[in-house]
Design a protein around this ligand. Sequence first.
Ligand SMILES: [Zn+2]
Ligand SMILES: [Zn+2]
Length: 303
Amino acid sequence: MRVIPLGTSSGKPTLKRNVSALAVAREAEWLLFDCGEGTQTQVARAGLSPNRLSAVFITHLHGDHFNGLPGLLSTMGLDRRSRDLRLTGPRGLGEYLDMLERLRVAFLTYPVELKEFASLPEPTLVYETSDYTVTALELDHRLFALGYRIDERPRPGRFNVERARSLAVPEGPLWGRLQSGEAVQLDENRIVRPSDVMGAVRPGKSVAYCLDTRPCAMSLELARDVDLLIHEATYTEDFASEAQQYGHSTAAQAARTARDAGARRLLITHFSTRYADPTALLQEARAIFPDTLLAEDLLEIEV
Ligand SMILES: [Zn+2]
Ligand SMILES: [Zn+2]
């Protein structure tokens, strides 16, 4: 997976940072988490094709997280998209899109399959393919907000060609049967089992996306043992009371969540515009959780 922040500023864009959006790109498709105003331009800058966008996940209905949806959805209409789009988010999204269509602000030429939630106290599967699952869980913000987690399914081990040859398994359909987990009989007394020629199962990677939240048990749960935790860090600790009041986290709180959840790496984002230079946020987080990265618009992180 490639994680690409498309916007890293909280509340409003700056000349260097757009508002919240983040792409998770896979081989043939990509997923979008949040869609602040101007996201479609960032999508183009990142070299992502809207046609390959499979699903959009909105965390909550604050403008900096979803005001870019009408533009992006309409552009895909102009481009004559026909494949369906999956959209997950808080209740109200459907009404919003219906109104835009009614007012002829948005033109959709393709089906949008919407999943809306008004509360989500348990981790819930909201999207899946044969390669991965996406789970959502309610976080703790000023209004109903969702966090998300992607888990790749484990992949079978690598097929060991040399081992297959040394066991005299003829190349062809028998290799395919071994790869799909079937034992094959070579002659009367010789059976080759998948475990003879396949490496260990490769665990899938995982990414959690916790934006706009106070530190809470739910973000800890979403971030449990993830390869990459993407967490908001709107403020430094000297603004901890503002963070609490407005339903946000400090960089130190994001770092403690990453540490306590056993996350492997932390990517902090959603910086208050008061930090023209976000180095203080990075230093504060790294003092607690050294494997912290600072999000920049269009940075690419391999997971
Ligand atoms: Zn926000
Ligand atoms: Zn918010």
